[in-house]
Design a protein around this ligand. Sequence first.
Ligand SMILES: [Fe+2]
Length: 383
Amino acid sequence: MYEANTIYNYNFPTNIKFGVGAANELKHYLKKQGLSRPLVVTDPLVSELSFLKALVDGLNQHGLRTNIFSDIHKNPLKSHVLKGNEAYFEYKSECVIGIGGGAAMDVARAIVLSINHHADLFEYDDQIGGSELITEPVPHFITIPTTAGTGSEVGRAAVISEDESKRKRILFHPKLLARMVFVDPQLTYDLPAPITAATGMDALTHNLEAYLSKGFHPICDGIALEGVSLIYASLEKAVNNSDQESRANMLIASLMGAVAFQKGLGIVHSMSHPLSTLLDMHHGLANAINLPHGLRYNIPGREDRFKVLAKTMNLPKEDGEAVVNALFELNERVNLPTHLGSQGVTQEHIEPLSELAVKDFCLPDNHRPAAKQDFIDLYSEAL
Ligand SMILES: [Fe+2]
């Protein structure tokens, strides 16, 4: 909501090269910047893909000395970041290139922070005011997404978990933004359908929650609505019968979701984070299942915004229930599970999940407050 006595601070600084073949420009960019020893940070799956090998060969044939660090997990831990930090120094690297999905980007971004900031990594946790300590220069950071989901390539935050407790810590600073993002739809052409579906629903959740979140940010609202429109029109095609246009739309719309959610996220993410923390559930899948339930909770007080969303999605009825029903149906059309029970969640999990959800860092941005009992009800509905 607009507040007349507030000075708002809006910030859209990222350089983006978008289009088929954009990743091929990386070698020219690095040369131009005088960077000859990049450390590629990626996940074990992407490190085995032929495009990555071709990309690295291309860099090395161009006179660069490229090394790869891929010892990471889908829910990244501090120990992964520390190993990556060692690799950076061992290879005498000059810059970091994060290639992959959210986990690779998170680890790459945290490595970037760790190079010249020598306190314990979690001293820089934004939740305890650690961002104030991020004062030193950071290495040149480049990102290349290979999934259309988190949009982390344009983000300024890394979520890293403690090794023992698995508690999520947040490293956040504008210095952690990529200096250049190469967004190449070709890199998503071979994504398997279930990954396309789950990551795509994460991207849709970002755009929807950003638009519905508290705060006054018409720039992010506009980006989020166009993101919703692109994803709602393209996701089913990208999953079931993908073509160049649907892949390109999904990739740019996922990036738009991450740009938009600097405004904030909400209760769907608050439900989903504990499912990853406690049960190691895929983040996109958790969001897909929780999305219609969390959005239904958010209709009261946001009827006007749901009407705009229904229009944006071209639904025959223009109200919140129509949006919620369309999301239930979309999950089915992209062949995703629609109940948490199918993912091993049981009645006994609901109490500890709700305990964590009510403390989640996304909840303060949700327009409608929620107590622990609300999460118990929501998880029970989604079970
Ligand atoms: Fe997300």
